[in-house]
Design a protein around this ligand. Structure first.
Ligand SMILES: Nc1nc2c(ncn2[C@@H]2O[C@H](COP(=O)(O)OP(=O)(O)O)[C@@H](O)[C@H]2O)c(=O)[nH]1
Ligand SMILES: [Mg+2]
Length: 374
């Protein structure tokens, strides 16, 4: 096999903090890494409101501009969604590509999508994101052409472009409708089985868990959004047949365009009988991640379902026979921790060492029995 040489881009992150936490920028850094962008440095300014024209204030801009020139930076990342004016101004000042979190996530999804179904969904989301940003894109192209003397983007050109994109959106929506019908029929045919959807934040171990439960070989990797395609597999626990679905993970500020165009993928979650909410308990932000997932489940109308919290990666939390949670050490058993009391029903597992996998299967079986009885 020929090894592909990956070309990394060099970037910096610019962020403002008022209420937002500093860890948010670490997450953005992981997202960047997934997209083959190396983050060289993070610049943070304390600001209550972003500057309307340049997002941050001018003093810091000069300083950052210097840094960009000296270090061959080609991309500037923001955790926020910038206005077209802000993007335009910053591009002129920094002479760099400006990338928002939304755009970055959309790029990652488009690289990761494998099936024609997922590819269509991502393409739709990308065009929906592009449409309101089009005016700016054109001025940008104009400037690249060497601008001086050229007229700005003609309204007519923008309109033509918008029309092309709208047609494409129409086409993609129709295509998805046809696939949706097939998928919906497929789901109806599986009505006699108990349907379990694995949900959770990205990179918590959903695909790894799916693999060990179903003895399959789904792609799992230490990257955000390794899988954006949905996989369905059958397992039998005692005398019950279950259909397990592994699907796209959630993240803070998941672009609304993606949630909308992944509607049919997320139908698998909406129509499930039981949810396995997988959590990476070794991550210090795991409680916030739980909230983000719950909020997304609410948005896709998948609340009020029987749900089992699956705290994964416990192998990473043991130090000298003690449990390490949020930087504190506990002498007790997992079942006695405050987490077990706060989240019920729950189970503590390691998809890696396979600890408590049988226990998880038993809990799943008991919940399924309840559903069948009702
Ligand atoms: N240490 C440890 N790593 C795990 C465990 N489960 C998954 N991982 C790793 O976490 C990363 C993300 O796993 P993946 O299944 O792709 O997560 P997903 O994005 O939720 O589907 C991979 O590198 C896995 O090997 C676990 O129980 N313990
Ligand atoms: Mg996965």
């Amino acid at each position: 096999m020929i090894e592909k040489k990956i070309k990394y881009k060099k970037s910096i992150i610019i962020g403002i903090i008022n209420n937002s936490k500093i860890e948010y920028f670490d997450e953005l850094k992981s997202l960047a890494k997934t997209a083959n962008i190396i983050v060289d440095k993070i610049f943070i300014q304390k600001l209550y409101f972003p500057h309307p024209r340049t997002f941050i204030r001018s003093g810091k801009i000069e300083y950052i501009k210097n840094y960009i020139n000296l270090n061959n930076i080609d991309t500037v990342l923001f955790d926020n969604e910038l206005s077209p004016t802000q993007v335009k101004n910053l591009e002129i000042i920094f002479q760099c590509k400006i990338l928002s979190r939304t755009k970055l996530i959309l790029d990652i999804f488009s690289k990761r999508a494998k099936t024609s179904y997922a590819i269509t969904q991502v393409e739709l989301a990308q065009y929906q994101y592009l449409l309101p940003h089009l005016t700016h894109m054109w001025t940008h192209l104009e400037r690249q052409k060497g601008g001086i003397g050229l007229r700005g983007p003609g309204e007519a050109e923008i309109e033509t472009d918008k029309r092309i994109i709208r047609n494409r959106i129409n086409f993609l929506q129709k295509k998805l409708k046809t696939i949706d019908k097939q998928k919906s029929t497929q789901r109806n045919n599986r009505k006699n089985m108990i349907r379990v959807a694995i949900v959770g934040y990205t990179n918590v171990g959903k695909s790894t868990l799916m693999n060990i439960l179903t003895k399959s070989n789904i792609f799992a990797e230490n990257k955000l959004f390794a899988t954006v395609d949905t996989t369905v597999r059958k397992i039998v626990i005692y005398n019950y047949s279950f259909l397990l679905t592994d699907t796209v993970g959630f993240i803070r500020k998941l672009p609304t365009q993606l949630i909308k165009s992944f509607k049919s993928t997320l139908d698998e979650v909406r129509e499930a009988d039981i949810l396995l909410h997988v959590v990476d308990i070794s991550d210090n932000n795991f409680e916030e991640h739980i909230k983000v997932v719950d909020k997304t489940l609410f948005e896709i109308e998948a609340v009020n379902k029987p749900k089992i919290l699956v705290f994964n990666k416990i192998d990473k939390c043991i130090f000298n026979n003690k449990i390490k949670l949020n930087n504190s050490l506990y002498e007790q058993k997992w079942e006695d921790t405050y987490i077990a009391k706060k989240f019920y029903p729950s189970v503590f597992i390691s998809a890696y060492t396979k600890e408590n996998i049988t226990l998880l299967k038993n809990i799943l079986f008991l919940n399924a029995k309840n559903i069948k009885l009702n």
